[in-house]
Write a protein that binds this ligand. Structure first.
Ligand code: B1M
Length: 214
């Protein structure tokens, strides 16, 4: 019988092939897809997220673990759909207009997916209008903006303004992050959350999505 801890441990070591094999085995033994997701894959990614936050692992380890997560998710995704396990919400993510830095944004995306949030990745150089349009198109509850340049962070305030102009402010939350962003900047533009790192960002996203449900 495959133990969920084994899946979690192989994921943390970035062993994609082992993760894939164990997920297949666990499914064939009759373990529920939701259990494999929560107690195997997401538990393992949670450990990586915590270690990344504490500087115990770095970008390469996160990317390798993410590859293993995806190998497991590829097997699990159709089974999850069949068994009715729903994503915890949808987030639109991107790096703001004029800014091409995407390493941090990609890690935030990984951590979100590791927490069971569906992510629509708009890439880099994304205008405020594009963020809002994509949120509407994808029925997203959360817009996540990353900025690495002091010259581009102003675009985040535009996202909040456009949501207000379109009467969407109550239905879409806004999270901001990136090296030059601070809590006081977040407060000054009226965004809903700031996170200093990807793991904290994923936790904040779960909290915001929960607030919207309740
Ligand atoms: Co650029 N760059 N860069 N750069 N670059 C910085 C940001 C800079 C601080 C370097 C410096 O001068 N010391 C400086 C900005 C200065 C400022 O504005 N105050 C700078 C500059 C000036 C520039 C150019 C203008 C240089 C030039 O051409 N003259 C140019 C701009 C291009 C553009 O965007 N239009 C430029 C270009 C580049 C490269 C293309 C060479 C490359 C980017 C490659 C890529 O991303 N694909 C690059 C890089 C790599 C950096 C540094 C060295 C590293 C950034 C990085 O990836 N960090 C950076 C210096 C530095 O930060 N030490 C620098 C690792 C990453 C994991 O961290 O992105 O902070 P970070 O993400 C973290 C958190 O911030 C948080 O979670 C992540 C993981 O925990 N987070 C969020 C991020 N987004 C979040 C969103 C959230 C929540 C959390 O919620 C929505």
């Amino acid at each position: 019988m495959v133990r969920m801890e084994e899946i979690s441990e192989f994921l943390q070591k970035g062993r994609a092939r082992n993760v894939k094999q164990l997920v297949e085995e666990a499914l064939s033994e009759g373990t529920a897809p939701g259990v494999i997701l929560e107690e195997g894959l997401l538990a393992g990614m949670g450990v990586i997220g915590e270690k990344f936050k504490n500087n115990e692992v770095f970008v390469p380890e996160v990317l390798i673990a993410a590859r293993a997560l995806n190998a497991g998710l590829d097997i699990l995704r159709p089974k999850l759909a069949e068994s009715g396990v729903e994503a915890k919400g949808t987030a639109v993510i991107g790096t703001v207009k004029g800014d091409l830095h995407d390493i941090g944004k990609n890690i935030v995306k990984i951590m979100f997916e590791g927490h069971g949030i569906q992510v629509v990745d708009l890439g880099v150089d994304v205008s405020a209008e594009q963020f809002v349009d994509a949120a509407v198109e994808n029925h997203a509850n959360l817009i996540c903006c990353s900025a690495l340049l002091t010259t581009t962070m102003g675009e985040m305030g535009r996202v909040v303004e456009i949501l207000k102009e379109r009467g969407l402010r109550d239905s879409v939350k806004v999270m901001v992050g990136g090296a030059p962003i601070t809590q006081s900047f977040c407060d000054s533009i009226g965004a809903d959350a700031y996170a200093p790192d990807a793991a904290t960002g994923a936790e904040a996203a779960i909290r915001l999505l929960g607030e919207m449900e309740g």
